[in-house]
Write a protein that binds this ligand. Structure first.
Ligand SMILES: O=C(O)c1cccc(C(=O)CC[C@H]2O[C@@H](n3cnc4c(=O)[nH]cnc43)[C@H](O)[C@@H]2O)c1
Length: 217
């Protein structure tokens, strides 16, 4: 099975490829820089899928972690890939696109594969939220955590990658490594190097899981 990994920036791509110093084996894994945010990620994924047949797409990179599930430096595998701000704000609260009567706001990775990936990498396993605006306040972090119980992480690309994959009937995973806590913005506290190292470690443990997956579950 050929696997497409989509990262946002070159540093994340390099962290993934560092896991395979002598190549990923039989040309089975391609790593693409798709850009930051769900729209760029979806466009890049769709273009790649139009060129090459893939059996699995993985959205990968660093992300914000929700405490206590995903502390800085830890890997996360998504149980759900959720568009957390695709909807409408109303005086009565937020409405997702299902409540509005159109579209979808979540994709479900193949469960056996995602659980096996989390187990092999020692990752937190929970919903990963896709946001277009990085959370920067405690109030917003609490709002997202209340709306998505057990949310493990947030990032900016997963839903775009998964939506493009779903439109071609290709399953998707999301693998993140936590660079910062979701909460009040403090860029000086981001531990990007640690997170990129954790991303490399996680991808180094994935090949047996991918190889033993039968392509559907
Ligand atoms: O400055 C660098 O060296 C550097 C190296 C690798 C990645 C970056 C990024 O800024 C990547 C942006 C990327 O990270 C995700 N991300 C990280 N933390 C959060 C968060 O708290 N909330 C949402 N997204 C987050 C996101 O997917 C961005 O695309 C810089």
């Amino acid at each position: 099975m050929r696997v497409l990994v989509v990262t946002a920036v070159p540093a994340e791509r390099d962290a993934v490829t560092r896991a395979f110093p002598s190549g990923p084996g039989a040309g089975a894994l391609d790593v693409l820089v798709g850009g930051v945010g769900p729209a760029a990620a979806a466009a890049a994924t769709a273009a790649a899928l139009a060129r090459t047949p893939y059996g699995l797409v993985v959205s990968a990179g660093i992300g914000g972690g929700f405490l206590p599930f995903a502390p800085v430096g830890s890997p996360v595998v998504a149980s759900r890939i959720v568009a957390a701000d695709l909807g409408a704000d109303t005086p009565e609260g937020y409405l997702d696109v299902e409540a509005l009567g159109f579209g979808r706001s979540a994709h479900l990775p193949p469960e056996r594969l995602a659980r096996a990936a989390a187990e092999a990498t020692g990752a937190a396993y929970g919903p990963v939220l896709t946001v277009s605006t990085v959370t920067g306040t405690a109030a917003r972090a609490a709002e997202l955590a209340a709306r998505h119980p057990g949310a493990a992480a947030e990032a900016m690309e997963g839903f775009g990658v998964a939506e493009a994959a779903a439109q071609q009937g290709v399953p998707a995973l999301e693998v993140r490594a936590v660079s910062n806590a979701v909460g009040p913005r403090d860029r000086s506290a981001w531990r990007i190097g640690d997170a990129l190292g954790a991303l490399t470690d996680a991808f180094g443990k994935l090949p047996p899981v991918l190889e033993s997956w039968n392509g559907h579950d």
